[in-house]
Write a protein that binds this ligand. Structure first.
Ligand SMILES: Nc1ncnc2c1ncn2[C@@H]1O[C@H](COP(=O)(O)OP(=O)(O)OP(=O)(O)O)[C@@H](O)[C@H]1O
Length: 237
């Protein structure tokens, strides 16, 4: 469970995130949706401490993230970014095993887990020795997700994870990924500006504008009871 309470982030005089409070339940997929620059990425990066809040608090499973050591803590939170965010000089196998290795898993467990994920994500094993530049965008995306899920983190943060893909591949990859049982048990916070993606994937949507929350609720609720004209316009209803 993730609890953001009165979270604010100011960059100089600009307030990027303005007094945001959100609770994400265990196993829930929460989608942060909104126009460019409304503070989605900043909110996401505060959860794994890539950005420190100006004020407010963040608790993951009841513990304030400031009480947790940065790198160790981040290893327990999977992070997926556009185009996979893979290091160019790591093979697919090395990329997927990165976090297990940091956590001291033995080679057998690590390889077994890599093979399991490659199977689940329908990546051919022949790709394991390739470098990111030798993969398609959809394959890189799947490898990025496999890397994020490898050590079975209870929380996965995703920032426009399908942004680099064409609309057809995008729909295909997201259906495939969100069909995984693994992800169903994981608490996911996903950032997108794509309304159809949010409606399809979210248990609940947080619609943001200018650093503030305009409405939080399940997709149906936003569609049937839009809180403001902005919600109506944004969802095009
Ligand atoms: N490091 C920074 N220094 C100064 N301003 C920043 C910084 N990071 C973000 N901002 C500003 O904060 C605001 C929110 O940015 P953020 O990246 O969170 O938006 P976003 O909703 O994720 O947008 P997008 O969909 O375009 O990625 C923007 O106005 C942005 O210019």
């Amino acid at each position: 469970m993730i609890e953001l309470t009165n979270l604010t982030k100011r960059f100089a005089t600009h307030t990027a995130v303005d007094n945001v409070s959100i609770t994400v339940g265990k196993g829930e997929t929460m989608v942060l949706l909104g126009t460019s620059g409304c503070g989605k990425t900043t909110t996401l990066k505060m959860i794994n401490r890539l950005i420190e809040p100006t004020s407010g608090s963040i608790r993951v499973d009841g513990v304030d993230v400031r009480q947790q050591a940065g790198p160790d803590f981040r290893r327990r939170i999977g992070y997926v970014i556009q185009d996979g965010g893979l290091f160019p000089h790591y093979t697919v196998a090395e990329a997927i095993a990165t976090v297990p290795k940091l956590l001291g898993w033995n080679e057998t467990d690590s390889q077994q887990r890599t093979r399991e994920l490659v199977g689940k994500l329908q990546l051919p094993e022949s790709l394991l020795n390739r470098y990111p530049a030798e993969l398609s965008g959809g394959q890189r995306q799947r490898v990025g997700l496999a890397r994020a899920l490898a050590a079975r983190p209870p929380v996965v943060l995703m920032d426009e994870p399908f942004g680099a893909l064409d609309p057809f591949t995008r729909r295909h990859v997201r259906r495939e990924l969100f069909g995984l049982n693994e992800l169903k048990e994981t608490t996911v916070v996903l950032v997108t500006h794509d309304v159809s993606e949010a409606l399809e994937l979210a248990d609940r949507i947080v619609l943001m504008d200018k650093g503030r929350i305009v409405q939080i609720g399940p997709p149906d609720e936003l569609l049937n009871q839009p809180a403001t004209d902005f919600v109506r316009d944004f969802l095009d209803i």
